[in-house]
Design a protein around this ligand. Sequence first.
Ligand SMILES: [Zn+2]
Length: 233
Amino acid sequence: MTTQTCYMCDAPSTSVEHVPPKCLFPDPKDLSPEEQSLDFKKQLITVPACHEHNGKKSTDDEYLFCLLAISLISGKNGQQQGITKVKRILERKPALKTKVLEKATPVIVKDTETGQIDRTIALEIDHNRINSSMESCARALFFKEFGQRFIGDVRISNHFLMDFDPQYNEKVDQLRQIADELFKNIEPKGENPTIFTYKFRIDEKNPNNLLLEMVFYEGARAVAIFEGTQTKA
Ligand SMILES: [Zn+2]
């Protein structure tokens, strides 16, 4: 029997890591009475992980979960499951609570297409932390899909955050449209589509051009750009 190595490094694996992180899946107590009979945890994706690359990032993953759940454009699933679970996580982790709610400001957002007005909160976001969680997801999915570890850099483009800066929002809008076009004919994968789906876009002519779309809660999307072709079995 061979020992498997971690999806992130050369160390032998000691456990499995869930993709997306387990904390993104609802617990039965987070579900409404009508949802109790639904199974949101079908065939969860796992990859082998060393001690460092499994346990260490759980606070980052909870931070990611909180932001996804609060994010305005998350589908209704993210929001429903979100509220009780976000509260619970924040109560258990006072330092995370401080971090997430740092400089929180109530704001009113108007949808320019429908005219609908929503109340939400604006947060100062730790982009490095979000991107690090997203990057781990992307590398794990690569490992799962191709049976090898990706060695190059992975860049993350988040499409679910808005900013007070209209230029930032405009840029995100453009990226969103480009991604819509690039991924439109690819079937999404994932057994729990209300929680998470993903699509790899493999460019046969240019293997340097590997893209991955990850969609959380049917609405919050991030795109991972794999730079280079180096892998390690
Ligand atoms: Zn590792």
